[in-house]
Design a protein around this ligand. Structure first.
Ligand SMILES: Cc1cc2nc3c(=O)[nH]c(=O)nc-3n(C[C@H](O)[C@H](O)[C@H](O)COP(=O)(O)OP(=O)(O)OC[C@H]3O[C@@H](n4cnc5c(N)ncnc54)[C@H](O)[C@@H]3O)c2cc1C
Length: 156
């Protein structure tokens, strides 16, 4: 819709007054909308916050587990186990890292195969989901979510 300034000299007073009011109302609505819009970063290349980092990190971890070998060598098993311990020492969100370290004490990485690793990670993630009041993920679906795509073909 065109929002030209009403021209008093171009219209009769009633029309001019009506158009003045329309312009005023539109400006008020625009201002209100601006105030209601949550402040988000105008750019998409800013440093990550906890939640952005979290979802990107989970995507990486689950995808890594999804492509882990079905029959890993002894070295791959050890390396993957060490990876999670080292990861938990350097993860940049402190409360998340501490939570992960605590979880690793009770539930060490199960690196025997792709299946065991993916299921273990799914359970670890679900513990965090539970703590945050988020719904738990159905671990039977973990390979569809992170490796094969959904059975209905919606990812193909
Ligand atoms: C190791 C780690 C520890 C964290 N600890 C904390 C913490 O202590 N406190 C805190 O506030 N935040 C923590 N976070 C961040 C938090 O888990 C979320 O990443 C963040 O809140 C954003 O959530 P989200 O809704 O985008 O979905 P996310 O939880 O990031 O999940 C991303 C996607 O993974 C899939 N998914 C969800 N659950 C599972 C599962 N169990 N198995 C497989 N796939 C799944 C879903 O499709 C979901 O959309 C942690 C993140 C990581 C990586």
């Amino acid at each position: 819709m065109s929002q030209e300034k009403p021209c008093r000299a171009c219209t009769d007073f009633r029309t001019w007054a009506r158009r003045q009011k329309e312009t005023y109302d539109t400006e008020q609505k625009t201002q209100k909308k601006k105030e209601e819009t949550p402040v988000t970063s105008a750019r998409d290349d800013c440093p990550l916050d906890k939640d952005e980092l979290g979802s990107k990190t989970w995507a990486f971890l689950h995808t890594m587990a999804a492509y882990y070998p079905d029959r890993p060598t002894a070295k791959q098993k050890t390396d993957m186990k060490n990876f999670f311990y080292i990861f938990s020492n350097f993860y940049p969100c402190t409360i998340c890292a501490e939570d992960m370290q605590e979880q690793l004490k009770h539930s060490p990485p199960e690196t025997g195969s792709q299946e065991t690793l993916s299921q273990w990670l799914c359970r670890i993630h679900n513990k965090v989901n539970k703590k945050l009041g988020k719904p738990e993920f159905d671990c039977k679906l973990v390979n569809q979510r992170w490796r094969d795509g959904w059975l209905d073909g919606s990812c193909d």
